[in-house]
Design a protein. Structure first.
Length: 213
């Protein structure tokens, strides 16, 4: 089928199940697993389970509806009220690596995050963790997004939409829209970090107030 053949609400089959189209982008068709319970297919937002298994595979699904948007606003408010202090952040600074494994961690990372836990919420099958952290140049917002699938990380399209939902600047969001573009010349950083054996999250930090357009 061609991109132009799809319409929102259409249902189609693949080798691992039936699907219903929920959104159509310029390059991507977004669909959710079809279920016999029609109540689950009414949306948006769509009532879908965290883990959809077909043929032994876990399907990754991003959901950002009105309920999730309200939860994001609340998470940002709670995180802003309790930022990680600079003194704590310095103890667990991992440097500027683009990828950090569990073996690379330095300092009391778990203790620091237990004392200043990020706000966590599920966006479909993706988990988002959000916090504010003091750094020498100011207050930074920190977003970490992970997939339920071991060895997998959220793709650029997912990170773009989640970063937009959490209020990151256009310049940071555009870095995911064009991942092979120029390096970010901005008070921000993106890296992958292992948080459990075989499970990685994409992390984004950005200086608060640096909202370049």
């Amino acid at each position: 089928m061609k991109h132009s053949d799809f319409k929102i609400g259409d249902r189609f089959s693949t080798g691992i199940g039936r699907w219903q189209v929920t959104d159509i982008g310029t390059r991507v068709i977004v669909a959710i697993p079809h279920t016999a319970d029609e109540g689950w297919m009414n949306g948006p937002p769509y009532a879908i389970v965290d883990h959809a298994r077909y043929g032994g595979r876990i399907m990754s699904i991003l959901v950002i509806g009105p309920g999730e948007e309200a939860a994001i606003v609340r998470a940002i408010e709670l995180a802003r009220a309790r930022p990680m202090p600079l003194s704590v952040g310095r103890q667990i600074d991992q440097g500027d690596k683009s990828s950090i494994g569990l073996a690379d961690r330095k300092g009391p990372v778990e203790l620091a995050r237990a004392a200043y836990p990020p706000q966590q919420l599920m966006l479909g099958t993706y988990r988002a963790a959000f916090s504010f952290e003091e750094q020498p140049s100011g207050l930074f917002r920190h977003l970490s997004v992970s997939s339920a699938r071991s060895g997998k990380v959220p793709g650029p399209e997912v990170m773009l939409m989640v970063c937009e939902a959490f209020g990151f600047s256009k310049i940071v969001c555009d870095a995911f829209a064009n991942p092979r573009g120029k390096p970010i010349e901005h008070a921000a950083r993106i890296w992958a970090e292992e948080f459990d054996p075989g499970h990685y999250a994409i992390n984004v930090v950005e200086l608060e107030g640096e909202k370049l357009k």
